[in-house]
Design a protein around this ligand. Sequence first.
Ligand code: C5P
Length: 322
Amino acid sequence: MSPTSHGGPGRIRGDGAVVARAPAKVNVHLAVAPLGPDGYHELRTVFLAVSLFDTVTVRPAGDLSIELTGEFAGGRSGPDRVPTDRRNIVWRAAELLAEHAGVPAHAAVTIDKSIPAAAGLAGGSADAAAALVALDTLWGTHATRGDLAGLAAQLGSDVPFSLLGGVALGSGRGDRLSPVLARRPWHWVLGIAGAGLSTPAVYGELDRLRAAGDLPSGEELVSPDPVVAALRSGPADALGAALWNDLQDPAISLRPDLRRALEEATAAGAVGALVSGSGPTVAALADDEAGAEALAAQLAATGSFRTVRAVHGPVHGARLVG
Ligand code: C5P
């Protein structure tokens, strides 16, 4: 018999609530192939889960509802506005798990958002992964980790990694994962912008720049080997030198002030810096925890970011708390 994913009824609180959290991610390597016939780009990526978490609380209810709380609950317009209806990935996660288990998709869901939306940090994917884990316990679904990973891949390219956490090499759409050994914790500063970027728009800009001959075609994917080797055994500056993101140039093309933000990170002493995923978050690598705190203070003082956060990774993927 396969093990169930995580705990059982013991994790249901006295008031009937179940709480799970899931981490943000940084892509320390992201190589993107040309647009495929399915509308997606084949990827070769290395994900690193970092210590910025969204928390999802689910309670018994007679229907399905979503409430948002926390620093990044939204209220702004544009791609970073988080909906509370079926456009929210958590709504689709609930319906998918309910269908899989043959139970009604009934729950009152509260998402406490510390991960900004449309930031290149997989905030929505973290919410979906945490919701799958929490609802599995609330509903007594007893899905295996493998079941949940299959559902996760149907919800979005980054959701399987949000479930797994740690460090992983991703291929396919980013949903085929194999764990990577990381020798130690890595300390980062995340520079979070005031407004988000739409992931499809950034992929579209990559296609446009490639078609115009402004960027290499991507037929030959940049190898993740230098990043994997640095994660395994390198000093921070080896990892800093190996960081790679094919979406960085299109993100800068759509948001030119990102170039200055990256330069500011390097000038402030980062051993490496890149745009995280499709951006616009800048991830700046420090030597150690003290270095990250000092770098965070310097980057906060530049005024280039809405929020600056010192984080570390790898951390675990979606799991129950409390
Ligand atoms: O899978 P997910 O819903 O996160 O993807 C959002 C959008 O990002 C897709 O609709 C597609 O436009 C783009 N994408 C892509 N190639 C990938 C992952 C995402 O083109 N590997």
